[in-house]
Ligand binder design. Sequence first.
Ligand code: SF4
Ligand code: SF4
Length: 436
Amino acid sequence: MAQVAMVMNLDKCIGCHTCSVTCKQTWTNRRGTEYAWFNNVETRPGQGYPRRHEDQEKWKGGWRLDARGRLVPRAGGRARRLARLFANPELPALDDYYEPWTYDYDTLISAPLGDDLPTARPRSLIDGRPTAVTGGPNWDDDLGGGPDHLAGDPVLQRLNERVRLEYEQAFMFHLPRICEHCLHPTCVAVCPSGALYKRIEDGIVLVDQDRCRGWRMCVSGCPYKKVYFNHATGKAEKCTFCYPRIEAGEPTVCSETCVGRLRYLGVMLYDADKVGEAAAVPDERDLYEAQLGCFLDPEDPAVVRAAEATGIPHDWITAARRSPVRDLISTYRIALPLHPEYRTLPMVWYVPPLSPVVDALTRDGHDGEDPAALFGAIDTLRIPLSYLAGLFTAGDTAPVEAALCRLAAMRAHMRRLNLGEDRDPAIAHGVGMTES
Ligand code: SF4
Ligand code: SF4
């Protein structure tokens, strides 16, 4: 099977939200979807959007995959009691998103003469009444986090139980998120109307608006909380991976408009027969490797023959061969999946941020670009390894450490080339890369 996929390089994200705004203008600039952001950019560590969406305990009424990869209601949750009735389990409330607002620009010209400049006051986009802005799609906009911050948040505490930082070592980075177009999507599995489906030709997950009956099982069933309910139409909506653009050979809107040029698009070939088994590996720390094991090598003639036999167009196989996503995920292993422990086998992966590593090294007097120094300093990263592992590898720090070391090696290698210096084979050797 073929799957379009995206890799985002987090070192390059500046949190400008251009991707979110252009996505919104394209897809959700309508009544009923005022609060919905198919693409949002979160500040980490933080609550995310909707708030605390990573706290899977909070959505107790939701669903989980059992050890055999079947979707079942969570034990003791409302879903177990209500599933038979097809009543909906726990849903995020408007407060978990935010009350969308606009500004009362009339006050700028109608305000009486005063000592201060008139202010455009916020008012609710839904009922037009004046409102206090208490949050938004980036609840923790540009705030750093440290131990006190984490102490007040049980979700972050769980994700970061090994984090022991002083506030002067607070850290932050931006995490852009879209629907993961999972290989094993819970949203598709829970829909009682069969409205959600995964396209065979490219793996994009869509909602059939004619079939949707507004059960909202997909909203509660998606562990990434990336399905939204349109309160005007009574239907579910979600990121479409800009499929009309993909079909025309164009990138998604968020990719094309990304200021940091950090979104890589490509095609991955995968073995559909391995998906269920991979999603059900007993130890969640094995899920990263299990998902890697689903991907096929498009250079392998046997894979190409099998792909052609299933009707995958030759163009897509060629695209899979040239895919930067494949290089980042499988060849160099510097991209990692977001929350693999959700067991949906997500297909939007991330290159973890490296810059703070360089920071830590230079403080110690090392050459921050020297990857050899990284091996001794990996425990003193500004962004704790355990935090990144909590996001990307279900707590296993080894794959994150390996990815960061390779990134440092690539950076050092490119610097040498740019300065006209000789290549250093030790750099490649030290991080387990071939010299080529
Ligand atoms: Fe479905 Fe959620 Fe996965 Fe998107 S991220 S495919 S909405 S389960
Ligand atoms: Fe980050 Fe690019 Fe979005 Fe700006 S446009 S917030 S750089 S992903």
